[in-house]
Design a protein around this ligand. Structure first.
Ligand SMILES: C[S@@+](CC[C@H](N)C(=O)[O-])C[C@H]1O[C@@H](n2cnc3c(N)ncnc32)[C@H](O)[C@@H]1O
Length: 231
């Protein structure tokens, strides 16, 4: 993967960035996503935010080598602190981190959101707490995707601020739009998850180790929900 050839996962994220966006990629690592979008003429300007020094330098290098320093600002900052009001950001991606981490980045930086941005989120697990944050903060989920690459199931969640919306517990767990579309990739992901959770449950119930009853009950509930989904 590089700034010319993105992974399939980042290609699908890129597809949700509106043409002409003022784009912020938070946790940009090598900076491939904003640089690829700029090289393709898809976005007007960009911020690449990175909290860690080595990937920050790597993003700086990618931008420099592509001669895009006048269009892409690389900033060493945690979360949404990379964004300034004068950037007039219209789309933000936060990808390749746990859903809880993405939620915490959004929550601790929410005063920096102007409410006009499209959020393009690619959590690695923890989708439920992330959807909960979106609902609690007035975001509607516009699109959800599951894709499989290198034997991982990746989720992409696209959301925008809208009229308040209420998602039930099932919708928060599986994704409101996934439940409607039931795509083969989505069902495949949950078939694999079900096998994994059933194994965990049988280990926990057989093992003598101290696991709280709450934990076993919680996994059993999830197994029940997934079984119902796939029935
Ligand atoms: C696994 S990489 C994903 C890189 C890229 N977004 C992608 O999806 O391919 C996660 C990156 O997020 C950065 N990161 C983690 N927490 C962050 C935060 N609070 N603010 C900015 N960057 C963060 C890490 O340093 C790391 O470079």
């Amino acid at each position: 993967m590089n700034e010319q050839t993105l992974s399939m996962r980042l290609e699908r994220v890129a597809a949700h960035v509106p043409v002409g966006a003022h784009f912020a990629d938070i946790g940009s690592d090598h900076g491939y996503l904003p640089v690829a979008l700029m090289r393709r003429g898809r976005i007007a300007k960009a911020v690449a935010g990175e909290v860690a020094l080595t990937p920050f330098r790597s993003a700086e290098r990618t931008v420099r080598e592509n001669d895009l320093g006048h269009l892409i600002s690389v900033r060493h900052a945690s979360g949404l602190a990379a964004i300034r009001p004068e950037d007039a950001i219209t789309a933000i991606s936060i990808c390749g981190m746990g859903g809880e981490t993405i939620r915490d980045i959004l929550d601790s930086g929410k005063t920096r959101l102007n409410g006009q941005e499209r959020l393009i989120l690619q959590p690695n697990g923890g989708e439920q707490p992330l959807r909960q944050w979106l609902m609690d903060n007035g975001y509607r989920i516009l699109c959800e995707e599951v894709l499989r690459e290198n034997r991982f199931d990746y989720e992409i969640i696209v959301a925008e601020r809208a009229e308040p919306v209420t998602y039930c517990a099932h919708q928060l767990y599986f994704g409101p739009l996934h439940l409607k579309s039931r795509s083969p990739a989505f069902l495949g992901k949950w078939q694999r998850k079900l096998r994994h959770k059933q194994k965990t449950l049988s280990h926990l119930t057989r093992a003598q180790q101290a696991v709280t009853e709450d934990k076993v009950r919680e996994i059993a509930r999830q197994v029940h929900w997934i079984t119902e989904l796939l029935a």
